[in-house]
Design a protein around this ligand. Structure first.
Ligand SMILES: Cc1ncc(COP(=O)(O)O)c(C=O)c1O
Length: 396
């Protein structure tokens, strides 16, 4: 019997292939160092875990709750959205979802009709194109240059736009490049979006993880009625809470109405316990984030320096998230050990040196690999030493 044609359209999460292989090698006892992690290597805050233990004992948390999320959490989200992103909203502008990921799919389902086009700047987070397709839309990629720090311009947008363009996906600080757009650069893009009256889906999961200068302003600051803007955020990255699965979307009442309908049929409320965990994290502020940032920044600077010392491999100076997007194209042209792509290069590094990176193909940018510096200082230094040795071997 046939299954849906979606099967030929949708790709599995691209970061999984290399992590699965790394896991298998680890099981075999190999000394694998993983640079693939998309999550902080820190534990969730103690006060979150303590609060959750109390919440688990309360029978009211064992029952269904409102689809859009607990009112107390949505109030806390409106407070922090105003405090950190400068966007003045109420709890009625929020739907809490099973992670930022579900919030993105729900938001796209709420906006797109079949055949609508969505502009996605590459390198992109691997979920965006698949989420667009799940929602019936067509991804259209724009590929900024490495020399422009992978930043898009209004002229790139002009070239990509046509009468079917419905939405721009925006992610700054970026996964996978770590690049952060300045206020001026962001404003240029936002003005273009508003003038052309398309939607902007602003993924702000990494807003707090910026090490130099300021984070990008949210488009919501310039679009007070949220006429064109949907904001995605969550607790995964800033509070080391990836496993709790709490994210949210912020939008105008039309979008929220449809998003609630969709979520009411797909998943209903997010686990009450996880929502209470998220609320506790938000109430306790950003001290834990600031502490993680000290380690992330130390590792970021170390990794940039070490990588740029390696023969014909290079990286810029990305100032956000916890990723570096490393140019390895020199070694992907068939002249070294039969390596013909960054997928080959990453597989070779994993098989031979037990270091796991995610190939650029997964993010729409062959010739690169993503390095997450969310791992211990010792592993980072040992892993980069192995990368150096690997490249020395390639150079004979
Ligand atoms: C750019 C970006 N947005 C959204 C998410 C979704 O995070 P979560 O579903 O854990 O909230 C991630 C996770 O990797 C991400 O990197």
């Amino acid at each position: 019997m046939d299954i849906s044609k979606l099967d030929n359209k949708i790709n599995p999460s691209g970061t999984m292939a290399i992590s699965n292989k790394a896991r298998e090698l680890k099981k075999e006892g190999k000394p694998v160092i993983g640079f693939g992690a998309g999550e902080p290597d820190f534990a969730s805050p103690d006060y979150v875990v303590d609060e959750v233990k109390i919440a688990a004992d309360d029978p009211k948390n064992h029952k269904y709750s409102p689809v859009a999320g607990l009112e107390s959490l949505r109030k806390e989200i409106s407070r922090t959205t105003f405090e950190y992103s400068g966007v003045d909203i109420t709890e009625n502008h929020v739907v809490v979802s099973n992670g930022g990921k579900q919030a993105i799919v729900t938001a796209l389902m709420s906006i797109l009709d079949s055949g609508d086009e969505v502009i996605i700047p590459a390198p992109y987070w691997t979920t965006y194109p698949e989420a667009v397709k799940l929602a019936g839309g067509e991804p259209v990629f724009i590929k900024p240059d490495k020399k422009d720090n992978f930043k898009i311009s209004v002229s790139d947008l002009e070239k990509a736009k046509n009468s079917k363009t419905k939405l721009l996906v925006w992610c700054s600080p970026s996964n996978p490049t770590g690049v952060v757009y300045s206020k001026e650069e962001s404003e240029e893009i936002y003005n273009w979006v508003f003038e052309n009256d398309i939607w902007i889906l602003s993924d702000e999961l990494y807003e707090h993880l910026v090490y130099e200068g300021k984070t990008s302003p949210s488009p919501g600051q310039y679009d007070k009625e949220l006429k064109n803007t949907i904001i995605i955020n969550g607790v995964s990255k800033a509070y080391a809470m990836t496993g709790w699965r709490v994210g949210w979307l912020v939008a105008n009442s039309n979008v929220i109405g449809l998003a609630k309908k969709i979520q009411s049929q797909i998943s209903s409320n997010v686990s009450n316990i996880s929502q209470i965990a998220a609320e506790t994290a938000l109430k306790n502020g950003l001290d834990v984030t600031e502490e993680m940032k000290i380690s992330f920044n130390r590792r970021r600077l170390y990794a940039i320096e070490k990588i740029n010392e390696i023969n014909n491999i290079s990286v810029g100076n990305p100032t956000g998230a916890f990723y570096l997007f490393v140019d390895v194209s020199h070694y992907c042209n068939g002249n070294y050990e039969g390596i013909n792509s960054s997928i080959d290069f990453c597989n070779w590094l994993l098989d031979k040196y037990f270091i796991a990176f995610v190939p650029g193909e997964v993010f729409g940018a062959p010739g690169y690999m993503r390095l997450s510096y969310a791992l211990s200082d010792d592993e980072l230094s040992e892993g980069l030493e192995r990368l150096n040795k690997a490249v020395e071997e390639l150079n004979g």
